[in-house]
Design a protein around this ligand. Structure first.
Ligand code: DGJ
Length: 692
């Protein structure tokens, strides 16, 4: 059968689509780049599969939208009903194609059902991510229960998947599962991308590790909760589908998925991770302040207990440590002395700030810091003037279970958005504010795409009118992290855990998608408020210095030696941030499972820094050599252990790096690895490398 074919590819990967008999296209190849002379019609012809006893006479393709009408034996790409409740069984036929410089738009129609399916497919130039989106138009009102973004097949030798779960203060937990007959489905009904449901998946082989092997990585760029299906069909083929959480679909004439980003890597998880990191940093995030300012956030210092003179003293100390931005957290508005009241009443609390915020802002600005402020716009407390006047603005029934004593505003309403715009814009217009921490501390009572679209519209309007104001996405920490929110925000608060040991793991896993420049990481109090652990300032400071550095403790608790360490690490971070905030974060495969290690490699490859944290006592008594990655095998590098003075007295031997610098080839570093001094658990080595 004659096939139409298309190729989307670059030097990293090729995706070949074929459409047979005007049917929906299917991927007949996705993997390493094909040679230019590859004959696409031959690939299409070669994709034909056999049938035998017990099978239907033709295997339904895993097309970009698998169709029930083709007797597809698994999860289909579209399920819906017409006005009378009858199941829709579309048979889409080719209508048109538009070939763009880096992509194509394919239009398919079902004339009987008056449906039009638009597949918007592109490969991002330079960053090599497929960006795939499906739109469905209907001449009549229909109910859609499921619409998948363009569906991908993963090959049979890719037997595992790594998926993401987590919880408050323990975000980005990864889990490796084997593909097995049947579907693995994740349906996030929280209404936000959520701690427990980061919208990503990595399909890989059993041998794939950070630095080698094959990986197929996916991210759904949507903040309202996603549904994922990773399915092994009874015939052994595997498909991956992403779309909006099932409950967010409804009756309409037009439906669209968010963009699904996907990439193939032949260079381990890192090969995919750096594409997500670079694309997010350079093409998704807009308007991030450069250089990234050292952040101070007062939440864990004062909570709701705001006192102007105390806050000024804290700001002065933070500035002395090297902070360049001061963020006034929750507690400045309404009558908010705890978390039971005032959300929705965005006027300054005159009891705490009789002369408004100006005296604090003036003080902060005089210290040379930018001023930032906290909002939680989508939320409302019953104990608020807003609730007393507009209880009808609440999303969902009033007798719903509360979350942190709060309810949610219906962001689909124009009047709700207008009210919030007026409150926030007045605060921004009347005060010299350069930054908003935008919080979201509970899950939604109902899943509804209109809620997310409403939030996007509000942020877009504020960004258009206050383009100099940077926004941080926070939702009790990492509850809203995805490419959708990051198209309109510049930083994420990765977790409410400032415990450096927890943070090591969380930020390491998040680096599978997030670059350092958007990932907030703060030096917390000596005794962590969320884990009760006491951790040394060196581990706390260097851990935060691996990402967008900030402080969050009460700086008045710091001892002289803690101050000295913090100033030193902050000085180091400032001296290195220009290249480090643009570096690739490469996760290292440490042979010691107690070690979390990563290498931040400069864009030009001329320098790098390695952070190797020891989370607990190692099993073997010797430190195992730490192998680096991504270097030029032929080049020589000068290596220095920049915090070698931290080696404890129990390190009695003479590993070279404890005494001096080492000059070796990239090949040695990548194949043999570095021998580091013995150390206590809960410590970190920091190693710099410069190409000679
Ligand atoms: C949750 C955030 O993650 C914290 O950092 C802080 O802003 C509180 N909310 C304030 O209520």
């Amino acid at each position: 059968m004659q096939a139409k074919t298309w190729h989307l590819g670059d030097s990293h990967q090729s995706l070949v689509l074929a459409s047979f008999g005007d049917g929906l296209p299917e991927a007949v190849y996705w993997g390493p780049p094909l040679p230019e002379h590859e004959d696409l019609p031959s690939l299409a012809a070669a994709s034909a599969t056999d049938v035998t006893g017990g099978m239907v006479d033709r295997n339904a393709p895993i097309s970009l939208c698998p169709e029930a009408s083709q007797t597809f034996p698994g999860q289909v790409g579209l399920t819906g009903r017409d006005a009378e409740g009858r199941t829709l069984l579309p048979r889409f036929r080719f209508e048109s194609e538009t070939v763009l410089e880096h992509g194509l738009i394919l239009v398919y129609t079902d004339t009987d059902l008056e449906l039009c399916l638009v597949l918007d497919l592109s490969l991002t130039p330079g960053t090599s991510l497929f960006r795939m989106q499906t739109r469905l138009e209907s001449a009549r009102e229909i109910t859609v229960d499921w619409l998948a973004a363009p569906v991908f097949q993963v090959p049979a030798h890719i037997g595992d998947m790594i998926e993401f779960s987590g919880r408050w203060c323990a975000e980005f937990q990864t889990r490796r599962l084997p593909f097995a007959p049947g579907a693995r489905t994740r349906d996030n009904r929280t209404g936000r991308s959520d701690h427990a449901h980061f919208p990503g998946l990595i399909a890989c082989s059993g041998r794939t590790c950070n630095t080698s092997g094959e990986a197929y990585a996916f991210h759904y760029g949507w903040s309202g909760g996603h549904r994922m299906v990773a399915e092994q069909l009874a015939d052994g083929r595997r498909q991956v589908q992403f779309g909006h959480a099932s409950a967010s679909m409804k009756r309409d004439r037009s439906f669209s998925t968010a963009p699904l980003y996907a990439t193939y890597s032949g260079a381990g998880f890192n090969g995919a991770a750096v594409r997500f990191q670079r694309h997010l940093r350079d093409h998704i995030v807009v308007g991030a302040r450069q250089p990234r300012p050292v952040h101070y956030n007062c939440w864990e210092a004062v909570y709701f207990d705001h006192d102007l003179e105390e806050l000024k003293a804290i700001a002065t100390r933070a500035a002395g440590l090297g902070a360049e931005r001061f963020v006034l957290d929750d507690g400045w508005f309404g009558l908010r002395d705890d978390d039971t009241s005032s959300l929705g009443d965005w006027g300054i609390d005159k009891r705490k700030y009789p002369d408004g915020l100006t005296p604090l802002i003036d003080h902060v600005k005089a210290l040379g810091l930018e001023f930032g402020i906290w909002f939680e716009p989508e939320m409302i407390n019953e104990d608020s003037d807003l609730f007393r006047s507009r209880p009808d603005w609440v999303l969902g029934p009033l007798d719903q279970v509360r979350g942190r004593q709060q309810l949610v505003l219906d962001m689909a309403r124009e009047d709700v958005r207008a009210y919030l715009y007026d409150c926030i814009s007045a605060t921004l217009a009347q005060n010299d504010i350069g930054y908003i921490k935008w919080d979201h501390n509970r899950v939604l009572p109902v899943v509804d795409a209109a809620q997310t679209e409403g939030v996007y519209a509000l942020i877009d309007r504020l960004r258009a009118d206050f383009p100099h104001v940077e926004i941080e996405s926070c939702a009790s920490g990492g509850g809203r992290i995805d490419f959708g929110i990051l198209e309109r925000t510049q930083r994420v608060w990765l977790s409410d855990s400032n415990d450096a040991l927890e943070r090591q793991r969380i930020q390491h896993e998040a680096a599978l998608f997030l670059p350092a420049s958007v990932t907030g990481s703060h030096v917390g109090p000596r005794v962590s408020h969320t884990s009760g652990r006491t951790l040394d300032i060196r581990l706390r400071a260097w851990t935060a210095a691996q990402r967008h550095l900030g402080f969050e403790m009460d700086p008045r608790e710091l001892s002289d030696s803690e101050i000295a360490t913090l100033k030193e690490v902050t000085g180091w971070w400032k001296a290195n941030r220009d290249w480090m905030m643009r570096a690739d974060i490469l996760r290292l495969d440490a042979s010691d499972p107690a070690v979390v290690a990563e290498q931040q490699l400069a864009e030009d490859g001329a320098r790098f820094v390695v952070f190797a944290a020891l989370l607990r006592a190692s099993d073997p008594i010797l430190q195992q050599p730490l192998r680096l990655t991504g270097l030029d095998a032929e080049a020589r590098y000068r290596i220095s252990l920049i915090n070698r003075q931290d080696a404890p007295g129990l390190s009695r031997g003479a590993p070279l790096l404890k005494e001096k610098e080492l000059d070796v080839s990239g090949q040695y570093l990548m194949s043999h690895g570095l021998i580091l001094p013995w150390r206590f658990p809960e410590t970190i080595w920091v190693i710099e490398g410069h190409r000679q």
